[in-house]
Design a protein. Structure first.
Lengths: 113, 116
C-alpha cells in the first residue's frame, strides 16, 4: 500500500502560468518531504525540500507548501517554463531518517510554449 | 564531471541467470543507494550503504544482494533473476546526514533490466 500518492499522472500548463503539483501521504509520522525532478533517460535530480516544522519553503520559482492536518503537500512553479517539462516525484521520510524515503509515482508536467 | 555512473545501461537476462550492476561515484560520497522504479510506482529502496564495508536493507531487498568493498563503488547482484525483477534500477549517492540537515541524493541515469 503506497504511503505517498500522486493522484495526477499528468498535468499540462501554458508557459508563464503557474504549475501546481500535488502529493498526499497517509503516514502522520512523516516529517520530512522532498521533490525530485526527472527528465527522460536521466536520473532524478533534487529540487526542494521541507521539514514538518515549516509550512512553506521557497527556492526561486519553486515553492513547496505543506498542510500537515490534511497530509498534503504541493509544489508550485511560477512562472512555468518549457524546460520544466519533466516527471516530478514527491517523497517523504519519518524521524529524519533520510536513508529511507517513500516516493510517489510521479506527475508528468508538460509546459506548452 | 562524471557524478554517478551506472553500468550497464541496458541488459536482457533469462530467468535464472545472475548478474551484477555496478555503480561508481566520484564525489567522495559516504552514502550510496540502490532503487528500482516500476511503471505506475515511485522509486523503491532496495539496499543502501552508509560507508565502505556496510550495507543495510531497504523497502524491497528480497532477491538482491549488495556489496560496498570500496567507498566509490556499490554493487547490486541478482543471483537468480526472475521476471518480477524487470525494472529500471537507479543508483544514488550522498554526503552523510547530520541531524535535520538533508543532503540531496545524486542519481545515476539508470539501468534498464528485462528478464525473460
Amino acid at each position: 500500500d503506497q504511503q505517498v500518492k500522486q493522484n495526477s499522472p499528468s498535468l499540462s500548463v501554458q508557459e508563464g502560468r503557474i504549475s501546481i503539483l500535488n502529493c498526499d501521504y497517509t503516514n502522520s509520522m512523516f516529517d520530512y518531504f522532498l521533490w525530485y525532478k526527472k527528465y527522460p533517460a536521466e536520473g532524478p535530480t533534487f529540487l526542494i525540500s521541507i521539514s514538518s516544522i515549516k509550512d512553506k519553503n521557497e527556492d526561486g520559482r519553486f515553492t513547496v507548501f505543506l498542510n500537515k492536518s490534511a497530509k498534503h503537500l504541493s509544489l508550485h512553479i511560477v512562472p512555468s517554463q518549457p524546460g520544466d517539462s519533466a516527471v516530478y516525484f514527491c517523497a517523504a521520510s519519518r524521524g529524519y531518517n533520510f536513508n529511507k524515503f517513500y516516493f510517489g509515482s510521479g506527475t508528468k508536467l508538460n509546459v506548452k510554449p | 564531471n562524471a557524478g554517478v555512473t551506472q553500468t550497464p545501461k541496458f541488459r536482457v537476462l533469462k530467468t535464472g541467470q545472475s548478474m551484477t550492476l555496478l555503480c561508481a561515484q566520484d564525489m567522495n560520497h559516504e552514502y550510496m543507494y540502490w532503487y528500482r522504479q516500476d511503471p505506475g510506482m515511485g522509486l523503491r529502496l532496495i539496499h543502501y550503504s552508509v560507508g565502505e564495508g556496510t550495507t543495510a536493507k531497504g523497502e524491497v531487498p528480497d532477491g538482491y544482494n549488495v556489496s560496498r568493498l570500496k567507498k566509490q563503488n556499490f554493487l547490486l547482484g541478482l543471483e537468480s533473476a526472475a521476471p518480477s525483477q524487470t525494472s529500471v534500477y537507479f543508483c544514488a549517492s550522498s554526503y552523510p546526514f547530520g541531524g535535520a540537515d538533508y543532503q540531496p541524493q545524486h542519481f545515476g541515469d539508470g539501468t534498464r533490466l528485462s528478464i525473460l
